[in-house]
Structures are given as C-alpha cells and as structure tokens.
Design a protein around this ligand. Sequence first.
Ligand SMILES: Nc1ncnc2c1ncn2[C@@H]1O[C@H](COP(=O)(O)OP(=O)(O)O)[C@@H](O)[C@H]1O
Ligand SMILES: [Mg+2]
Length: 455
Amino acid sequence: MKSLLKFPFPLRLASLKSGLFWRTFFLLGALTTTSMTAWVGMISVVQHEPQVQQISAQVISVVTITHAALTHAAPELRRELLFDLVANEGIRVFTLEEDDQVAPPANNALMPDIEQLVRAKLGQDTRFSSKVNGVSGFWVSFKIDDDQYWLMLERERIRGLTGIQWLGWASVVSVVSLLGAAFISSLINLPLRRLTQATRDFAQGKRPAPLPERGPAEIMEANRSFNQMVTDLQQVESDRAVILAGISHDLRTPLARMQLELEMANLSTDAREGMQSDIGQMDAIIGQFLDYAKPTEASSFVNVDISELLTDTAHEAARLPDVRINTDIAPDAHAMGNATDIKRVINNLIENARRYGRTADADYTEIDIKCSVKGMHAAKRVTIEVQDHGVGVPPDQIEQLLKPFTRLDAARGQANGAGLGLAIVDRVITRHGAELNVRNREGGGLQIQIVMKAL
Ligand SMILES: Nc1ncnc2c1ncn2[C@@H]1O[C@H](COP(=O)(O)OP(=O)(O)O)[C@@H](O)[C@H]1O
Ligand SMILES: [Mg+2]
C-alpha cells in the first residue's frame, strides 16, 4: 500500500488506460464473482437441511407450547395470555373460519420440507399460508379439540437473512473484491509501466532515475538488472567518448605540425597542394570522429527556431560551388533541441548530397530543403526534408548506411569520409526523440525526412 501511494498521479492514471491493467482486473473480478457464486450455492446446499430442521423445530415448539398454554389456562385468563403472546413473542392466534382468504405458503426451497416435518408432528391436516385475510406472516393451523385455530408468527422470527440483507452483503463483498482486484492489477502493472517509461527515457538519451530496488523478488531483480544495465551502458558510452576524443585530439596536434612544415618545405606546388588537401581531409575525418563521440544531452535542449536555422544553413550552402539549393521553408517552426547539433545534421546531409547526389546529366547538385508544420497540440510535428536529384542508394542498403563506418562501394574510392556522417545524423535525431526516414525519392535521388515534435 505504502509504495502505491508514492507513485506520481499521472502514472496511476495512465495505468487505467493500459490493456494489462484491465485484463488483470477483469480476470480477477470474474474469478471472485465465480467463486462467490459457487460459495453461496454450496452454503445454501449445506445449510438446507439444518435450516429446515431448525425452523420446523421452532414452529413445532411454538405451536405445541401455545396449544398447551391455551388448553391449560383458566378460561378467564386466556385473553391476557393471548395479549402476552403478541406483545412479547410476536405470536398471534386467531380462530380459523371456513371463509378465510388463505394464500398459498411462501414459495421457497425450504418450505416443502418444513411442511413435511411439521405435519409429521402436528398432524397431516395442518395448513400453511403466507397470508390470511390480507395479513402476511408465517401462518400455521392447529386444533384444540374440534376447533381450528391459526397461529401467526412474524416472518422475521423464522427467516435467516432477508433478500435485502443478502443484497447488502453481496454488494459489500463484490465492492471489496473489485477494489482488491484493482489493487492487485495495479500492483503488477505499475512496476511494468515504470520499467517501460525508464526504458523509453533511456532510448531517448535521457538519464532515467534509478528504479526502486524493493518489492517482490521478481520485480526487484528486474529493476536491479535494469539499473545495472543503465550504469554499464553509460560507462561504456563515456569511456568510448573519452577514447575517441583523446585519439582525435592527439592526432590533430601532429597534423597541425605537418601543415606548418609543409608550408616551409621546399616542394613543387602540385605536391604541396596534394598533401595539403590530404591533411585537410584527415582533419575533416577527425572532426567527424569528435562529432560522433560527442554526447547529445537532452537536458541542454532549448527552443530552436527550425525555420531560421534551415534558412541560414541553406544560405551558407548556396555559396558552395556546384550547388543549387531550392528552399520551401514554412515560417515559425519551433522544436526543442540543440541548435548546433541540428545544424550539423543538416550540413552532413547537404555534404552527402553534394558528394554522392550529383544531379544526373548536370555539372551541379540540386538540393531541396523543405520544412513544414502539421497537426495540432500534442500531435503537432515539424517535418524537415533534404533531398537531392542524384542516383540514390540501393533500397536494401539504406538501413545499413545509418550504421557507423558504412559506405557504399562507389564511395570507398573517395578518401574524404569515414562513413560516420549518417551515423551522426541518426544518433542526433534519436537523441532528439525525433524520427528519421531515409528513402529514395521518386524520380531519383535520396530523400531524408526528419519528423520532430513541434512546440
Ligand atoms: N545523397 C546520397 N546519395 C547517394 N548515396 C549517399 C547519399 N548520402 C549518403 N550516401 C551513401 O551513404 C554512405 C554513408 O554516408 P555517410 O554516413 O555520410 O558517410 P561518408 O559521407 O563519410 O561516406 C556514403 O558513403 C554514400 O555511399
Ligand atoms: Mg557523409
């Protein structure tokens, strides 16, 4: 109970929408209802005989005693005796007339057996009724000498539980068991939801708070393993970042030195330019390593004006040689993110289009940059599209290209890439909780679509 109260309210509310919650709830509800019905059935079978016995004995003794009292009482005291019986015992005695309006006895499972037992004791001509002359009760006839009398017992004296009482108890039991069912299903459901939420957060690059390592053994074990996994993965991640950054940094120092030495060396212009371009490419590749190693922290996200960012990037790219940029950018598209990282993504895509997406039968690359905002409120999305008019990529290799260090055969000849560009794109986009779609454009060329949650 204690742990349940600690959960944040939205989490509990969310669990009401879950299929698992309702499935467990209905299963438990059906089980308790069935077992309750079975119990009631069983009890009434087992109770039948004792109840018949008890009620018959009661009726017999009341009639016998009344009979004895009436026969032995002095005639002048009979009236008083009858008064006493009504006042103290709820018993009334009337003379039985032939023209009495007699309703048949109550129609329940006990009555036939009771009649049989009572008749065996009081005589086969004993009559029973549930209502005589409009007065309801438990009516039984008896004889004093040749005169017939009715004896009326108030019904409450005989019956155990009334229908209303049964209904009351049944509803108390069902409410309690339904509450129990709800509690049990949330007990199972909540840890699962927490685990799912934490996994989702982790996948989006957030650092989930450690899951509580308490409660039932299975849940505790699952939470502990999850916490351990998160810690391990974070360790691996930060180790890798440190190693990559270290190597890249240490490589850049000698490269800078080589660059200097090259300027001063006595070389032909061709050789110098060739080496300078090589060094430039190596430097760019190291830059990509650093980008790839750099973590994107969801905690550093701010409101980014995507429209402005795309317009700026497109302007810069338009200055590159052999590039024509077409833009179709909706104004005022905003999303939470890291502007530098998003810009890096777009630049990577433009660079790829420039390198691998040259427009067929032309000596330039045509790149379309689009941005649109669709949907309302929570479903509002910013869609960014970068596409070229080149040859595209074989569809079965698209998935593969997002992995680090993968390049198509045709690209291998070019030294100026390590196959990290799209891996960086994929990583940054995932960390932004956005969706990346890579596909071949109809009519040739590669189309990259990024769908972000809009503000
Ligand atoms: N616009 C494009 N058109 C055709 N092929 C592309 C395009 N963009 C990327 N590719 C292919 O995907 C591969 C991986 O790209 P990327 O991850 O950026 O690595 P790199 O640019 O370093 O080769 C490229 O080598 C190229 O073969
Ligand atoms: Mg690239």
